[in-house]
Write a protein that binds this ligand. Structure first.
Ligand SMILES: *[C@@H]1O[C@H](CO)[C@@H](O)[C@H](O)[C@H]1NC(C)=O
Length: 390
């Protein structure tokens, strides 16, 4: 106990001496208003300009309250590589979805190094745009709530993202990104509201997070390597998806992805790999799905290489994406449909070295589930239920 107390005191001193060197800019002293209706974009951008120009580490402090922000670009490179956004309050997007609906991004960090976002609620106010999209009218595409593009050494911790217009968080062209204790929440019928999308990035870690949304909880795009996802609760949503891959003829592959200790509740898919049914240089290899619990999931284990939305640009073609070395280890729970395991691979490039180990999926009331394979090769070990078709 005494030991613990000293550790705490030393940690306290350490953090305070580290922070003492940092300069702090509070957005309210720069003119931001916590009233939820005054446009505070300028104050946030001027805080960023000061923090980015500082040669010492900088903190941008957002106190409690609601801050209305239009789309904002936080651009680097900066003069220091330790900028922390400490957010106690909520950032709110304009309630009229048209204001940022065609901007692409609401809050975009570009070419930054060493940025931490700690705490805070981002409210994308997307419900109006979802209603427009769900009514079949022509609507703006919508903006991603938070994006990091061409950036390194990023930490996102304890952040809540609510009701994004489109994707909640996008990591594109980044190295070394740690996300932990992130909470994403949007309705199960909100279109294209992926929780976290990663592409063209290496060394991304997503830990201890909870994602409820209308599209993929995590989507993993071309050019992703060394991705680690652990201890995530997903649902509602479309599950964790590698893909869609192979949309383009020349495309970077996905490799070394670990998805560990994830619970899927009432999701459309559990762990999925998805590629377009058309020619491509893309691939997915060295993928591990380990310790997953499926609760009433429609497609718990799925490889689908025949993705062809609206049957445009792919009919009659086969996927060029090569899928190999995919391991499913300790996956159990319930499937909401009879086919719990489905490997529908490319006839030109069959899936190879697929491995099923201790997989137990049951279909309603303990009735037998089925596995279905086409063009898939591999092995199984331990208990595998439904019986492997590899
Ligand atoms: C795979 O990725 C993990 C991080 O997720 C990393 O620690 C490991 O070194 C990578 N392995 C290889 C062979 O690159």
């Amino acid at each position: 106990m005494a030991n613990h107390k000293w550790q705490t005191i030393f940690l306290f001193i350490f953090i305070n001496s580290a922070m003492a060197k940092a300069v702090t800019y509070s957005v309210t002293t720069l003119g931001a208003k916590p009233d939820g209706k005054t446009d505070s974009t300028k104050a946030f951008l001027s805080a960023w300009a000061k923090a980015c120009a500082s040669v010492k580490p900088a903190v941008i402090y957002v106190p409690a309250g609601r801050f209305l922000l239009r789309n904002a670009l936080f651009s680097g490179p900066c003069k220091n590589s330790l900028i922390t956004f400490r957010i106690a309050g909520t950032l709110v997007a304009p309630s009229d979805y048209r204001v940022i609906g065609n901007a692409g991004n609401w809050l975009l960090f570009r070419q930054v190094n060493g940025v931490t976002i700690s705490g805070g609620i981002l409210d994308g106010q997307g419900t109006g745009l979802w209603a427009c999209k769900n009514s079949g009218k022509s609507c703006p595409t919508g903006s991603t709530t938070l994006s990091f593009s061409n950036s390194n050494n990023i930490v996102v911790s304890g952040l809540v993202s609510l009701n994004s217009q489109k994707f909640h968080i996008v990591i594109n062209g980044c190295n070394n990104v740690k996300m932990q204790g992130v909470k994403v929440s949007a309705s199960g019928n909100s279109p294209n509201t992926d929780g976290i999308h990663v592409q063209m990035s290496s060394g991304v870690t997503i830990l201890n997070s909870k994602i409820s949304t209308g599209d993929d909880c995590v989507s993993i795009g071309p050019g992703t390597s060394n991705l680690w996802i652990e201890n995530v609760a997903c649902g509602p949503g479309h599950g964790i998806s590698i893909g869609s891959l192979g949309k383009d003829l020349q495309e970077a592959g996905v490799q070394n992805v670990t998805v560990k200790t994830v619970t899927f509740t009432n999701t459309q898919n559990g762990v999925r790999i998805k590629s377009w049914g058309r020619a491509s240089t893309g691939f997915a290899r060295n993928i591990l799905f380990q310790h997953a619990i499926m609760i009433n999931v429609q497609n718990p284990i799925l490889i689908d290489q025949q993705y062809c939305p609206d049957k445009k640009g792919c009919p009659g073609q086969v996927s060029g994406v090569k899928i190999s070395d995919v391991t499913y280890q300790d996956i159990h729970g319930t499937s909401a449909t009879e086919v719990a395991v489905k490997f529908d691979c490319s006839s030109k490039y069959p899936c190879s070295r697929i491995r099923l180990e201790n997989v137990k999926l049951i279909y309603k009331n303990n009735r037998g589930a089925l596995a279905s394979c086409s063009n898939a090769g591999g092995t199984s070990a331990g208990t595998v239920q439904p019986t492997s078709c590899l």
